[in-house]
Structures are given as structure tokens and as C-alpha cells.
Design a protein around this ligand. Structure first.
Ligand code: SAH
Length: 210
């Protein structure tokens, strides 16, 4: 798959993505603006691409599965752990709209700057990139309607759960370094946890990471 159109028809045909707004976000945000020039022709290949420093921009299908599972609404305040290229944050910014905001944390300073410049290029104003250890969350702006972790965590991140609103949703890949289960967690009195399947992410680092 090498085009936006092909990816979208694949998702619809196999009922991988059903939410029209999520598809609209994918159409509106140019993935090619978040990758280095050498990979331009592969912008819509369905695989992760290197963004340097040992990190990757996740494959389009994974980004969209996580986005749909997050059940984003206009006006939401979202926290992302693992900014990387800024692409996932940009997709979320489209879904929360002008009244919403996306805080995204990145532990590698150079990538935080890379993401910031990608987001600025596209004139997106409701994303704040924070260079910090996101395994600790971002208390300053807590609590959040939604939290999304785009790096593999060794366990369910307790600190992040604390920063999630009641009935809020967190998507987080949990497992060892080789493979993780993508979990959808709804913060009820007793946590509701759904397993969305096996994936492989780069490891979550920092205090509560690997
Ligand atoms: N969401 C990104 C891809 C994420 S790759 C995108 O759309 O492009 C995972 C990223 O998480 C990497 O950039 C890595 O440096 C970052 N990361 C790892 N541990 C982290 C931590 N504790 N806090 C913040 N970022 C972290």
C-alpha cells in the first residue's frame, strides 16, 4: 500500500477503522510532513519508518487503531507520551478541534524540536510539545480526558492513571521489549480493560519505563 486512498479502502473493506471522523483526520493531516525526505515515497507504506535516534513513526494502521480506540471528542484535553515525529499528536489535534488541546511529551530533546517544527509548519496551534519524561505524566495540565502512550510500557502506568479523569480512556501498549498487548483502559471504580491485540513499539524509557 503506497497511497492514502489504498490505505483507507483497506481499512474500510476489512472493518479495521469505522469512525468517519478518524478517516477524515487521516485525510487531512499530511504524513509526508512528519518524515525525513529520504522516505517521502514511502509516506503511505503501512509500516513504521525511522525518524532517527533509534525511534520510529508508527505505521499508519497502528496510529489509526489507537486513535479510534481513544474515542476522542471535540474539546477534549489529551496527553500523549512519546511525541516522536508529532504525527499522532497532529491527528488528535484535528479531532479535539479548536476548543481542545493535546499535550505531548518527548524524552529526546532533538525529537521534541523536530515534532515542534513539523507541527508549526502545518499551522497547528492546539498541540503543546513538552520535552520531559512522560512516564511521570504532565501534572501541570492534569487531569486529562484521554491519555495515549505510543511507546511500550513494562506495566500499566499507575502515575498516568492518576492523571486521567474519572471515566477517561487510556490506550497503552503493555509488555516486554519484544511484544506488547495494546490495552484500552477505562477509568471506572474497577478498571475496565480491553486487549486490542499484539503490537511492537519502541520501549518506554524514563522513571516508570524499561
Ligand atoms: N507517536 C509518535 C511515534 C512514537 S515512537 C509519532 O506519531 O511519530 C515513541 C517515542 O516515545 C520515541 O520518540 C521515544 O523517544 C519516546 N519516549 C520513550 N520513552 C519516553 C518517555 N518516558 N517520555 C516521553 N517520551 C518517551
Amino acid at each position: 500500500m503506497q497511497s492514502k486512498k489504498e490505505l483507507i479502502s483497506y481499512w474500510i473493506k476489512h472493518e479495521i477503522i469505522k469512525d468517519q471522523k478518524v478517516i477524515e483526520a487521516f485525510k487531512k493531516i499530511p504524513r509526508e510532513e512528519f518524515i525525513s525526505k529520504e522516505y517521502l515515497s514511502q509516506a503511505y507504506g503501512d509500516y513504521p519508518l525511522s525518524i532517527g535516534l533509534g525511534q520510529t513513526i508508527s505505521q499508519p494502521t497502528t496510529v489509526m487503531i489507537m486513535t479510534e480506540a481513544l474515542e476522542v471528542k471535540e474539546g477534549h484535553k489529551i496527553l500523549e507520551i512519546g511525541t516522536g515525529s508529532g504525527y499522532q499528536a497532529a491527528i488528535l489535534s484535528y479531532l479535539v478541534g479548536k476548543k481542545g488541546i493535546v499535550y505531548t511529551t518527548e524524552i529526546i530533546e532533538e525529537l521534541a524540536r523536530f515534532a515542534e517544527s513539523n507541527i508549526k509548519k502545518l499551522n497547528i496551534r492546539n498541540v503543546k510539545v513538552i520535552y520531559s519524561d512522560g512516564s511521570l505524566g504532565y501534572k501541570k495540565a492534569a487531569p486529562y480526558d484521554r491519555i495515549i502512550v505510543t511507546a511500550g510500557s513494562p506495566r500499566i502506568p499507575e502515575e498516568l492513571l492518576k492523571q486521567l479523569k474519572p471515566s477517561g480512556i487510556m490506550i497503552v501498549p503493555v509488555g516486554d521489549l519484544l511484544s506488547q498487548k495494546m490495552l484500552k483502559i477505562i477509568k471506572k471504580k474497577k478498571l475496565e480493560i480491553k486487549d486490542l491485540g499484539n503490537f511492537t513499539f519502541v520501549p518506554l524509557k524514563g522513571q516508570y519505563g524499561h
